[in-house]
Design a protein around this ligand. Structure first.
Ligand SMILES: Nc1ncnc2c1ncn2[C@@H]1O[C@H](COP(=O)(O)OP(=O)(O)OP(=O)(O)O)[C@@H](O)[C@H]1O
Ligand SMILES: [Mg+2]
Length: 152
């Protein structure tokens, strides 16, 4: 899937398309993990904000850059799979996967009730599960962003 988003509303639609497609196909035994890569300001946090809204959370998701990790309890279930927590990690300031382990990553990633989005996944690549999915963001111009992911 390759989307040229010309507004935040387009990015919201992309987040919904990604979320529903991804959840429907996911068969892993642990958490559902998605890495979001792309330049500063390319729209990764904005995408997670809209994912949260799709789950019925109020529009409060902020960049976790200064706290690294944010955990939101989910009010509703999605499709057949019951997710209870949305976890948003910004690995921008992490030097390596060991720093992620210190946040309790092993337990987080084992828990199939978690849906986890990781910004700057390349910083913690070794910790990501084999079944992680990746979305790539690019800055096209002032209001336009590229959003791309592989579909199985
Ligand atoms: N089409 C678009 N989709 C998403 N965001 C857009 C779009 N056009 C402009 N923007 C703006 O681009 C910025 C994207 O910021 P955001 O924090 O989501 O980026 P980021 O990829 O998380 O950056 P960082 O790597 O610093 O965490 C926001 O200010 C948003 O309003
Ligand atoms: Mg961000």
């Amino acid at each position: 899937m390759k989307i040229v988003s010309k507004s935040e509303a387009d990015t919201k639609m992309a987040a919904e398309v990604f979320l529903f497609g991804f959840v429907k196909k996911f068969v892993g035994r642990g958490a559902l993990v998605a890495g979001l890569s792309g330049d500063l300001g390319s729209g990764k946090t904005t995408f997670v904000k809209f994912i949260a809204e799709s789950f019925g959370l109020p529009p409060i998701v902020q960049s976790p850059t200064f706290v690294i990790e944010k955990v939101y309890s989910l009010p509703s279930s999605l499709n057949a799979r019951e997710f209870r927590r949305l976890i948003h990690i910004d690995a921008y300031r992490l030097k390596d996967a060991y720093e992620l382990l210190a946040l309790g990553w092993d337990d987080m990633v084992k828990d199939k009730e978690n849906i986890i989005f990781v910004e700057w996944p390349e910083n913690v690549r070794e910790a990501l599960p084999d079944d992680a999915n990746f979305v790539r963001f690019s800055h096209i111009d002032d209001g336009a962003r590229g959003i791309e992911w592989e579909e199985e």
